[in-house]
Structure formats: C-alpha cells, structure tokens
Design a protein around this ligand. Structure first.
Ligand code: FEO
Ligand code: CA
Ligand code: CA
Length: 637
C-alpha cells in the first residue's frame, strides 16, 4: 500500500537555493540564480544561528517534545516561550487611526478595516532591519459571524456584510524586537489592510478575458478584493503570494447552478450571505464575478501604494497557497494545490528567468508570473509521475472541447485537469520545497469520502479509503524543478497505529498526529508540520490519543517526528515563518474555540475557549504566537 521512505540520501544544503538565501528583500538585493553559495549577507545571518547537524546527517531536533494535550493554552517545550501578538482586532498601525478592539465585538466595519482581520492563516516576515525589525504579512482566511458581531447573525445588515468583508484579506504590520519582546510599531508607513474590497489588477492570460468582464468592470482588468486567503508564499523577489481558497462559499447561485459553477462547488446557499446586501455575490445578476476569485494573488509588502495582482497564469481553483523556488537557470517555479476533496496539485514554470535586481526587485519582476506554463500532476502506480501541461490547443484542451483560448483554460483549470487525466488527491494543503534535494512535500490533510459510494476509489498516491487521518507525499523532480517527470513516495501516513480501523493506522516514527495541513522547511532543513483536525473529530474515536491540534518538527532524513507545540482548544495551527537568524518563529493560532458546528453562538462566545485574553467579558481571538528560545538561540536546536 504505502511506499516507505527508506531510500534516503544526504541533505547537502550547500547548494540550497531557497528563497531566504537568494534574496534579501530588506536591502532589495536580489541575486542571480545559481550563486547561492556566495550570498554573503543572508548566508552570514544564517550561519550565525544554524544549529549542528545530527549524527545521521539530518537536522538535529534539539528540544524535548511536548505531550499531546487538551488545555486552553499554547504549550511549547521547556526552554521556550510563546507570546501572543496581533490578535484579531488589534490596530495594524495605519496612519488613519488606531481603533482599539472592543471585547463585545462592537467595532464598526470602518474600524475593522483598520484592525487585524479574523482567523489568521499563512504569514511571512519581511526584514526591514534584519532580524530586529520587519513586516509581518498575515492572511485572514475567513470570518466567524457568531463572534464578529455582538448578536451574531440575528439581524443581517449591509453594515455587517461590510464588517465581514473588512475582516477578510491580508494585513501588513511593522514589528520590532525591543527589550527582548516583539511588538507592533504604530503608526507605520508600511501598515496596510487588504480586504474583500481592495482593488486588484489582473495579470496573465485571463486578464481582460470575456469570462472576467462584469457590469462594474467591462474591461475585465480590475477586481475588488481578495478573500478566503489561506496559505502564503514568499518570492525570491520580495513579494507575498496568497491563495484564494474556499471562494465558492461567498457566492449564491440560481436554484440550479450551471455546470461550470457546480464544478467549482458554487451553490444556491451562501455560507456568508454577502449577496443579500452586496449584489456582486449573486451569480444570477453577476455570473462572471466568481471567475474573478480562486487565483493566486501577489502583494508587494514593501510598497504600500502598490496595486496587488491576481496571477491568472497560475490557474483558478481553491488554492491553499503558493510556494516558489528557482531553477538553475533562474526561472520561477510555483507549486500549489487545491484543498478540496479529489482536486489537484499544480506547478507553474515561468517563461523568463527572474531578473537580478537591486532596489525595485518587485517591479523588475512584475510580469514574471504572467508568462509561463502551468502543469497538473499525475501520480502513476509505479512511483513515477508526470507534469501534464495545461496548454491551449494541446491534447484535449481545444475549442471543440470547450476551451476557446488560453484564458479559458486558466479560468476552467479544474475542467482542463479533468480532461488531462490528472490524479485526484486527498485535499492538497501546504507544500514545502527542499531545494537542496529537488524534493517537494505536500500535506494531504484527509478525505473521508475516498472510496465511499459514488466517489473515486483508492489509488497508488491516495491509498486509504475513508482517509480521516491524512498523509504527506513527496516527490523528487527529474533534473531540475522545471522537469516534466518526477519520482514520488509516501513520506508518512498520519494516524494512530493503535486504531482499530486499518485505514486509520499510521506509520509515524515518533509523536503521533493526524490531518497535516501547514508545512514549512526551515533553514536547517527541519520540516515543520501543522495539524488541522476538525473540532467534531478531536478527542474521540480514532483521534482519542492525539489531543488538540499541534505543530511537530520532523527530520526528513530519518523521518523522526517530535511534537513542538500544542494549541488551545479547537484551534488549528497555521503557518510558520522565521526571522532570518532563525531565532524567532511566528506561528498562527487560528479559530481557537471553534465549535463543532463551525459558527460560534454569540450567546456563548467563551464556551470552548477564551484564548488568548482570558477576560471575563472576552471572546477567543486568532493570533500570531511569537516563539523564542529562552537562551536566544535558534528555534529547534
Ligand atoms: Fe484554509 Fe485548506 O485550509
Ligand atoms: Ca490550511
Ligand atoms: Ca485544513
């Protein structure tokens, strides 16, 4: 069933072309690809904090693991401290005002637009002064309407829709390390809120396409807003990539959705009910509006006046996020997946190499992601795989088959991937790229529908029916990251080996976990794993011994996994980002206290959790936690 990961090799990191090494955005210096070994400024920072390698050749997991637990707290190993920072509702530091959070959730929509959004997810740190001062860019994936207003959805007004839209998107906050603590700098010239109403440009083959034109935007070039922003990637040219994941839940269709709408999961009943006061979310009146969401968006956090761009060459889907590396020739390769049952894993290869540039690297590479080839993955039973190009006119992607031009292939990337025979995966979440080994890891969080009546059955890459536990798959590209074939294997099957149901037993070497979601590889080569078990599932049955959601560290060479952090009640753990010296780690705690029904009861906001404030009149708030080693050393050593 599962391939083992016994075939390991050295992890020689000297040729690592990770984004941290090829770019120093703080200085706006971007060096040409292939020169990583001589990258003095960034490499010096890294070497000052790099921990020793383990005797077996992998990175050392130099901390004492924490036990699975169910406390309403963030628990980290002895010798570490985790401090909440910038919870939902904190002012981001815009010059326009500093509205403080009101614990009864009575802040207005206008105030929310100047505050941290809800439900923090992917994040990255962009240096301004090395590891002492920088920008923290954070996705705010969604809103819990039961917590966002004092009375929840008892009444439903235009003001409430506006507040929900303002609680979504992305925040840019300046932070600094002062007297041993990270704190926000307010006001800051960099501070920015991007919400569901912020203007975005469109780039790539679907820009100005007929499928993108609306009454408000007859040229199909300017979209208002981004939302459902889940995971995030940092580019070597100093920008931020955010996925637009579950955009389908924001639209309301006719009683019978069109075939195109059905393929993207749109339906009559909108979970967020924005359409009741904002007609562009009613697809009967505005049928092309959903086509303008489901993209990877690119933001330049260093330029608060820049117009962010939706990169349509990367295809449309429920993108979890996007992760970038470079080929030896300097071409950008962007990996992404769709976190939806039986959807796909994608790779984009830019036509042009990244431009080496000093100041203005983002501008010099402003069109890099607009030209290139998008591929979708097919995992074959023999352990090999193919990247299938989504190129108009090739194979089934013709006008006769419903794809009029390259733009339509991108808008209908799911249908194009169906036609190409790509492999339907168990909900691809984050990917992590190990440039030293040409390996890419992908978390397949779970898919309980696999093998059930009417659903696709198991296959080599997704081998468990009723996959409640999830797994991590990895592959090695042939030749370089732009290779069209790869060799794949299961890295780990998550789950408790003591489970009665064979399909829920895992092969974890070390601390148990289930439902991998976030993945990140740090500069020492440690693979960090965030989990996202649903509140309905946690603490019972197959999940009984796994505790709250957690973050684990893994040595990819040995497969050893050790629990590093346990989150508060009913949260999920999201993201991991570091300062360049590796001595501060930022992790997002998302939806502490989320009830099993997914939407909080406004009458009982503290029923499940009161983290991080623990006020008698408070409510749980998503927040970043800043993790430091008490001796100031690198995280994980
Ligand atoms: Fe937003 Fe797939 O988690
Ligand atoms: Ca996720
Ligand atoms: Ca998830």
């Amino acid at each position: 069933m599962a391939k083992d990961f016994a075939t390991m090799e050295d992890s020689n990191r000297s040729s690592n072309r990770s984004i941290h090494e090829v770019s120093d955005p703080a200085r706006r210096i971007v060096l040409g690809a292939g020169t990583a070994a001589s990258l003095a400024p960034w490499a010096a920072l890294l070497s000052g904090c790099a921990g020793p390698a383990a005797p077996g050749g992998g990175p050392k997991l130099g901390f004492k693991g924490v036990a699975a637990g169910s406390a309403d707290a963030v628990v980290v190993p002895e010798g570490y401290t985790a401090t909440p920072l910038l919870p939902w509702g904190d002012p981001v530091g815009l010059a326009a005002g500093l509205p403080t959070f009101r614990f009864d959730a009575s802040n207005s929509a206008a105030e929310q637009a100047l505050q941290m959004g809800m439900h923090h997810d992917g994040l990255h740190y962009y240096p301004l002064d090395g590891s002492r001062r920088g920008l923290l860019v954070v996705n705010h994936e969604y809103a819990d309407h039961g917590l966002l207003y004092p009375d929840g959805m008892l009444s439903w007004t235009a003001e409430k829709v506006a507040k929900s839209q303002a609680a979504h998107g992305v925040s840019v906050t300046e932070i600094e390390f002062v007297q041993g603590r990270w704190k926000a700098r307010r006001p800051s010239p960099y501070a920015r809120r991007i919400t569901a109403t912020t203007p975005f440009a469109l780039g790539g083959p679907a820009a100005a396409h007929a499928l993108m034109k609306t009454a408000a935007d007859p040229e199909g070039r300017l979209v208002l807003g981004t939302f459902a922003n889940c995971a995030a990637g940092m580019t070597p040219w100093g920008t931020y990539l955010a996925g637009e994941e579950n955009f389908q839940d924001y639209f309301s269709t006719a009683d019978q959705p069109t075939a195109h709408e059905r393929r993207y999961g749109l339906r009559r009943r909108s979970w967020y009910r924005w359409h009741e006061h904002d007609p562009r979310f009613d697809t009967v009146r505005h049928p092309n509006e959903p086509n303008r969401f489901g993209w990877i968006v690119e933001i330049d956090p260093y330029d608060p006046a820049s117009v962010p761009v939706k990169r349509t060459a990367l295809g449309r889907g429920a993108h979890e996020g996007a992760w970038v590396t470079l080929t030896r020739a300097g071409r950008a390769v962007v990996y992404s997946g769709e976190d939806a049952a039986f959807e796909y894993i994608y790779k984009f290869v830019s036509r042009d190499p990244m431009r080496a540039a000093g100041p203005g690297a983002a501008r010099a590479n402003a069109e890099l992601l607009d030209h290139g080839t998008l591929y979708v993955a097919r995992f074959d039973a023999d352990g090999r795989g193919r990247w299938l190009p989504l190129v108009h006119g090739q194979g089934p992607l013709t006008s006769e088959r419903g794809f009029a031009d390259p733009g339509e292939v991108m808008v209908k990337a799911r249908q194009a991937s169906d036609a190409l025979g790509a492999t339907r995966m168990d909900r691809p979440e984050w990917l992590a790229i190990d440039a030293a080994t040409l390996r890419v890891y992908c978390a397949l969080t779970n898919n309980s529908a696999r093998g059930q009546a009417g659903a696709p059955g198991v296959d080599a890459a997704n081998p468990r029916a009723g996959n409640t536990m999830g797994h991590i798959i990895r592959w090695r590209e042939a030749g370089d990251f732009d290779g069209e074939s790869f060799a794949w294997e299961h890295f780990v099957l998550a789950g408790d080996p003591a489970n009665a149901r064979p399909e829920a037993r895992g092969n974890v070497r070390g601390d148990l976990f289930a439902c991998p979601d976030g993945l990140a590889i740090d500069t020492r080569g440690v693979l960090w794993i965030d989990t996202d078990m649903g509140p309905k599932a946690m603490h019972r049955g197959e999940f009984a011994r796994l505790g709250n959601n957690a973050m684990l560290a893994c040595d990819p060479a040995s497969g050893a996994i050790r629990r590093f952090l346990v989150g508060p009640v009913n949260c999920e753990i999201a993201g991991a980002a570091w300062t360049p010296d590796g001595c501060t780690m930022f992790v997002d705690i998302q939806h502490p206290g989320e009830p099993p029904g997914a939407r909080s009861d406004p009458a009982e906001p503290r029923r499940w959790s009161n983290w991080p404030d623990f006020r008698p009149d408070g409510r749980p708030r998503s927040a970043i936690v800043v993790i430091r080693k008490d001796d100031g050393g690198p995280i994980g050593t």
